[in-house]
Design a protein around this ligand. Structure first.
Ligand code: 5CA
Length: 436
């Protein structure tokens, strides 16, 4: 993409409405703009990052054997009356009526909708078990939407649902998601720690929240320091094998949010205890027959008996993750994207746009990078060099390739690593090999 043509409305000043760094930087880097409280438009740069995160989440769900579908954002109230949650959900639920006066709602989550689908389509144990997910917008009329997309009213969530014949099989599904979550956050460049959690309006008896440590996190967290060094399951983890040992390992040491913490257990840990703040980036629940029973989601087992399905649900805050990544990875100059989610890999800076040699060298590099599938944002504008550097630092692409008249005479470019700040001179004809 040529910056001269890109829709990237960056801001030089800090917007006064933003209280935390990720919100400030998302506004300044031209990623989002507020539409109304807690509701945002995603501008091209923001959307690119959102799509990359979504894709990593998708790949890890697929790897774990979860199948993607897509359910609507608008649901009939009737489904929620069947589960008993229509009244319980209170003011957080956005209730709407269609032209016929039918009660509808903008889904805050999809347990009811998916239970209805499975109930209608699956009758026999032969078609069990199933794990299904979608990545879809949700609406929750939060009392205090804040911190930009971190606590929005409209937000993008990956929600998965498991259906099993018995508790043991359901626990296996829970463990698959637990492992998939560890892998997902790791690929996003985040250290997320699973913690025992309250189940709130989703319900159930077994639940873990995944939290990323960050000073601006909304939850207090209390963690045994060694949890931070636990090994992430590799990409060849066999999801059909017994995953319980991995889950046991990750839950063997103390880790709790302020809602669940236990002061006497913490006192015993002494200086092994880390007391910090965290951002909840995922939440998994096992809740048995809480929805299947009232909604009549049963299947016939081997003996011809009707059995209510055992269920779990598994959420990842896809849009919130962008905020969490920025909170975890930035400096005074701006965002530092981990390569896996960076909107572009390279920011190509032409220090002297309009100079025939600089233009020719940059245009050629830009063409070669594109042909090789290396995502490049090419600053071909007439801005001053200093402004170009500041802008590239702000938007945080992992690599900056700088071409100026002086280096060009010797066939050299300057390459800067955004994360470390290290700069090196590299021959222009070797750049393609370096970044391929
Ligand atoms: N049905 C279950 C799991 S599918 C569920 O809704 N769980 S949840 O309420 O914990 O939400 C899942 C994840 O969505 C949370 O862990 C959080 O990362 C994200 N999330 C929840 N509320 C918001 C919000 N207001 N803004 C941004 N992300 C949110």
């Amino acid at each position: 993409m040529r910056l001269s043509q890109y829709f990237l409305p960056t801001l030089k000043e800090n917007p006064s409405e933003a209280q935390i760094v990720s919100h400030r930087l998302m506004l300044r880097a031209g990623m989002i703009r507020q539409s109304s409280a807690g509701i945002y438009s995603w501008l091209p740069m923001g959307l690119r990052v959102l799509r990359k995160i979504e894709q990593i989440v998708r790949e890890e769900q697929d790897r774990a054997g979860c199948q993607e579908l897509l359910m609507p954002t608008i649901q009939p109230a009737e489904l929620w009356q069947q589960s008993g949650r229509y009244d319980d959900y209170g003011k957080e639920m956005l209730r709407i009526q269609d032209r016929h006066g039918r009660d509808m709602l903008y889904g805050p989550t999809n347990e009811e909708q998916i239970t209805e689908i499975v109930k209608s389509e699956i009758q026999s144990y032969k078609d069990m078990p199933k794990m299904l997910y979608h990545i879809q917008w949700k609406f929750r009329d939060e009392v205090r939407p804040r911190f930009g997309i971190m606590r929005g009213r409209e937000f993008l969530m990956k929600d998965a649902y498991s259906f099993d014949m018995d508790y043991e099989s359901s626990k296996r599904a829970y463990n698959k998601m637990f492992v998939a979550y560890l892998r997902t956050y790791d690929r996003l460049g985040l250290k997320a720690i699973p913690m025992r959690a309250d189940t709130g309006p989703i319900g159930g008896d077994l639940s873990h929240e995944f939290l990323v440590l960050a000073e601006t996190g909304e939850s207090g967290v209390f963690v045994h320091k060694d949890v931070l060094d636990f090994e992430i399951p590799s990409d060849d983890v066999d999801y059909e094998s017994d995953l319980q040992p991995i889950v046991d390992k990750w839950t063997s040491l103390y880790a709790a949010t302020d809602e669940k913490h236990d002061e006497s257990a913490e006192a015993e840990l002494g200086d092994q205890l880390l007391n910090a703040r965290g951002i909840e980036v995922g939440h998994i629940f096992h809740f048995g027959t809480k929805y299947s029973e009232p909604m009549g989601a049963t299947v016939t087992d081997q003996n011809g008996d009707e059995v209510a399905l055992q269920m779990g649900s598994y959420g990842i805050g896809v849009s919130r993750l962008i905020g969490a990544i920025i909170e975890a990875s930035h400096d005074d100059g701006g965002i530092i994207w981990p390569e896996s989610v960076a909107p572009y890999k390279i920011g190509l800076i032409n220090l002297k746009s309009g100079d025939a040699d600089c233009d020719a060298a940059c245009d050629k590099l830009y063409k070669d990078f594109n042909a090789a599938g290396i995502e490049t944002l090419y600053d071909d504008t007439a801005e001053r060099a200093g402004a170009k550097f500041n802008n590239m630092d702000l938007i945080g692409l992992p690599w900056q390739v700088v071409i100026g008249p002086r280096g060009l005479k010797n066939g050299m470019a300057e390459v800067k690593n955004r994360a470390t700040g290290e700069k090196e001179e590299i021959a222009i004809d070797q750049l393609l090999a370096k970044f391929s």
